[in-house]
Design a binder for this molecule. Structure first.
Ligand code: SF4
Length: 168
């Protein structure tokens, strides 16, 4: 039986982003996985106690989610309010849900301070990107969940096909 995939709720069309919007991911493979019941829809920030809408948040000082987990950086709102605890809590819930559902892969939207896996914003609230991962992606990866960005569906398809080809 092919494994399940944890997916960012906003990619599934749920309007849960900080500004109340969604970012539906239209891709044939995603539609197929949805029909096969293989997608586990999850929003770390809602699980961390945040509401919709909520102020935008970024990881400070050009650091990333791993630094937040290590306690050497904070997730902050533009006002300077420290919201790190909610982001870490959301990451922990994401891992729980992934494990409960047997997910070994996650498909998360890039750029988010939670779900980013290739880039995040640099904490200056000026739209400047930098390489790095969000808090949930870092936490999942530290616990052996393979995280893919929404731009990497084809790579995920290839990895799943390669795993399915290995005799169990
Ligand atoms: Fe989407 Fe992740 Fe942000 Fe939730 S935390 S709105 S799933 S990017």
């Amino acid at each position: 039986m092919a494994g399940k995939i944890l997916i960012s709720a906003c990619l599934m069309g749920l309007p849960v982003r900080y500004d109340g919007s969604a970012k539906p991911l239209l891709h044939e493979a995603v539609s197929r996985w949805r029909e096969e019941g293989r997608l586990v829809t999850f929003c770390p920030e809602l699980a961390g106690g945040f509401s919709i809408p909520r102020p935008a948040a970024e990881i400070e000082r050009a650091m990333d989610g791993g630094d937040v987990l290590d306690g050497s950086a904070r997730v902050i709102e533009a006002s300077g309010r420290d919201v790190s605890d909610g982001f870490v809590e959301g990451a922990r819930h994401a891992l729980e849900i992934a494990r409960e559902n047997g997910c070994r892969h996650a498909l998360l939207i890039d750029g988010s301070p939670s779900c980013g896996s290739g880039f995040v914003y640099d904490g200056s609230f000026s739209g400047k990107r930098q390489a790095g991962e969000g808090v949930t992606s870092a936490y999942l990866r530290r616990h052996s969940i393979s995280v893919f960005a929404h731009t990497e569906v084809e790579r995920l398809v290839a990895e799943l096909a390669a795993e399915d080809a290995i005799p169990s």
